[in-house]
Design a protein around this ligand. Structure first.
Ligand code: 13P
Ligand code: SF4
Length: 306
C-alpha cells in the first residue's frame, strides 16, 4: 500500500521514538492503514502487554488507552485526542459501583473492559466481548454482577455452561443498542443470501436474528473463513474497511446508517503527528488505582483460551 506524506511522516516518527501505533477496528481507514496493529479490545490489550516499544500511540477511545496504561506502567501511552469517550464506559462510576456492591455482599463483579480504570479497580475480573462467556465459566460463584453492558450480560447468561445467576447493570452502547430488529430484517430481505454477524453489544432482539455473534476481530476472522460471499455486519461501520481489504470478491453491508461511533472517528493523521511530536496526551492512572485494576485485568488474561 502507498502511504501518503503524512502517513510516511508518522512511520518515521514512530521509528525515531521507538513507538508502536495501535488502532481499534473502528478507527478511520487512514489510521488503520498506518498502524502497526489493528485489533479488538482484547487483542490490543495483549499487544500492549507484550511490546518492548517505549511509547504506545493508542488510536481508540479513552478507556482503551487507559487499559494500556494499566498494563504497561513503564511505558508512555499517548492518546492523540482527549475528547474520545465511550458512552458505555461512562454509564458506571466507581461510586455507583461501590453502592451496588454494598447491596450485593460477596457477589463477584465481572467488568467489561469498556469501563474506566477506577471502575476496574473495584472489580474482581474483567472481560471483553471476545471472552465474556469464558470468563464467567471460569468462576465458581453462583451469582455475579456483570457491568456495564446489559446486552453483553444477557448474551453471556444465555451462553454460559455454568448454573450461575448474572445480575446485569443498566448500561448500553448507544451505537449498538440503537440497531433495531426491523432494520436487520429489512436488510436481510434485500440480501437473502447474506449471513448476519452481530456484536454482543447489540440488543437481544437483534442477536436473536444473528447467524454468528462475535467480537470485532472475531467478525473479521469469521467472514474470512466463511464460504459465504455476502455479509450483513451488525457493528460499527469502521470495521468494513478491513473486511473489504482482506476479502476481495466478498460483499459487506451495514444494516443501519446510525452504526457510527463518533468518538472513534475523531482521531486524524494530524492528531497522530502532533501526539508523536509533542508527546501528547499522556494517559496515566494513579498507582493505587492501577494496581487494583491490573489485578482484574490479569485475572482475565489468565483465563485459558479455548
Ligand atoms: P471489541 O472488543 O469487540 O473490539 O469491542 C469494543 C467496542 O467498543 C465495541 O463497541
Ligand atoms: Fe463505546 Fe459503543 Fe463506541 Fe464501542 S461503539 S467504543 S461501546 S460508544
Amino acid at each position: 500500500m502507498e502511504f501518503s506524506d503524512k502517513q510516511q511522516e508518522i512511520r518515521r516518527l514512530l521509528r525515531e521514538r521507538r513507538a508502536i501505533m495501535l488502532a481499534h477496528n473502528y478507527q478511520p481507514g487512514e489510521i488503520q492503514d498506518v498502524a502497526d496493529y489493528v485489533d479488538d479490545s482484547l487483542g490490543l490489550s495483549l499487544t500492549a502487554s507484550q511490546t518492548d516499544a517505549e511509547v504506545i500511540v493508542f488510536c481508540g477511545v479513552h478507556f482503551m488507552a487507559e487499559t494500556a496504561a494499566i498494563i504497561c506502567p513503564g511505558k508512555t501511552v499517548l492518546l492523540p485526542r482527549l475528547d474520545v469517550g465511550c458512552c458505555l464506559a461512562e454509564s458506571v462510576t466507581a461510586a455507583k459501583l461501590k453502592a451496588r456492591k454494598a447491596e450485593l455482599p460477596g457477589v463477584p463483579v465481572v467488568t467489561y473492559v469498556n469501563s474506566t480504570a477506577a471502575v476496574k479497580a473495584e472489580s474482581d475480573i474483567c472481560c471483553t466481548s471476545a471472552n465474556a462467556v469464558r470468563v464467567v465459566n471460569s468462576l465458581t460463584a453462583s451469582r455475579v454482577l456483570m457491568i456495564p453492558d446489559q446486552n453483553l450480560a444477557l448474551y453471556t447468561a444465555r451462553h454460559t455452561s455454568k448454573d450461575i445467576e448474572i445480575i446485569a447493570w443498566e448500561g448500553w452502547c448507544n451505537v449498538h443498542d440503537g440497531l433495531t430488529a426491523e432494520e436487520v430484517e429489512d436488510c436481510k430481505a434485500a440480501r437473502p443470501q447474506a449471513v448476519f454477524v452481530a456484536h454482543p453489544e447489540c440488543n437481544p432482539e437483534v442477536l436473536e436474528l444473528a447467524d454468528a455473534v462475535r467480537s470485532t476481530s472475531g467478525m473479521l476472522k469469521f467472514v474470512q473463513e466463511s464460504p459465504s460471499r455476502e455479509f450483513i455486519i451488525g457493528t460499527e461501520k469502521g470495521i468494513l474497511h478491513r473486511m473489504h481489504q482482506e476479502n476481495p470478491g466478498k460483499h459487506f453491508y451495514s444494516p443501519s446508517k446510525r452504526l457510527i461511533c463518533r468518538p472513534m472517528k475523531r482521531i486524524t493523521l494530524d492528531d497522530v503527528l502532533a501526539a508523536l511530536k509533542e508527546n501528547r496526551h499522556r494517559i496515566t492512572v494513579p498507582e493505587e488505582v492501577r494496581v487494583k485494576a491490573l489485578r482484574a485485568v490479569e485475572r482475565m488474561l489468565a483465563v485459558p483460551r479455548d
